[in-house]
Design a protein around this ligand. Structure first.
Ligand code: ZN
Ligand code: ZN
Length: 216
């Protein structure tokens, strides 16, 4: 997908490659990587480093020299990455997400969580939660902080917050220090895939009450 402006961090790509992320985050990473040639290439590099380190060192500690040599090897011989297959015209969900939902957008069972916003929580392991969010065009999500990390991938439409604009394929990485109020752009409803490893911290009393009821 062209015109992706916001990407995964190396830390997340490495975590995915090493298999150390919670399942909910893995799904968001895999879905972004399926859309983004740049992150897919970077991911292959980390996979290659992991493979070489395992071959050469087994479970022994790896020397800096070995790591430097490995990185030089990678720089010298970039992995050729095939472009992602073009998705069918009607599909909004990339393949990794379709596997979780059991279909495309029409297979989602939405629950309203107030303010016109709907969500569908996907089944994953307990360490973190991943949900689809549908924010009507022009509508704001209540401003909130984060108890941990929040990864948000835009699938349709776009939103803006205090930091920037996020369109299809873009990913926003929010952490404890960040408070923001995402607002869906006019036009299309904004559909996002969002993973969190701790509850959000809402500023307003109504969102806090909704949080208790809906577990967002
Ligand atoms: Zn990317
Ligand atoms: Zn947030």
């Amino acid at each position: 997908m062209k015109s992706i402006n916001h990407h995964l961090t190396d830390q997340l790509l490495m975590g995915y490659s090493a298999g150390s992320l919670p399942e909910a985050f893995n799904l968001v990473v895999a879905t972004h990587v399926s859309l983004c040639d740049e992150c897919r290439a970077r991911m292959h590099e980390f996979d290659a480093v992991g493979g070489v380190l395992m071959d050469e060192a087994g479970i022994e500690a790896v020397s800096d020299d070995c790591l430097a040599a490995t990185m030089a090897l990678i720089a010298a011989a970039p992995v050729e990455v095939k472009p992602a297959p073009a998705p069918a015209v009607s599909s909004i969900f990339p393949a990794p997400l379709q596997d979780y939902v059991g279909g495309d957008l029409d297979a989602v069972e939405w629950r309203r969580i107030g303010g016109g916003v709907s969500q569908a929580i996907l089944q994953t392991s307990d360490e973190a939660t991943v949900r689809l969010l549908r924010i009507p065009a022009g509508v704001a999500v209540p401003d909130h902080g984060h108890g941990g990390m929040e990864l948000t991938l835009v699938l349709q439409g776009a939103f803006r917050d205090e930091t920037d604009r996020f369109g299809p394929g873009d990913i926003e990485v929010a952490n404890e220090e960040m408070v923001h109020q995402p607002v869906a752009e006019a036009g299309l409803d904004c559909i996002c895939l969002s993973a969190t490893d701790a509850p959000l911290r809402f500023s307003g009393i109504l969102p806090r009450m909704a949080q208790r009821v809906f577990g967002i």
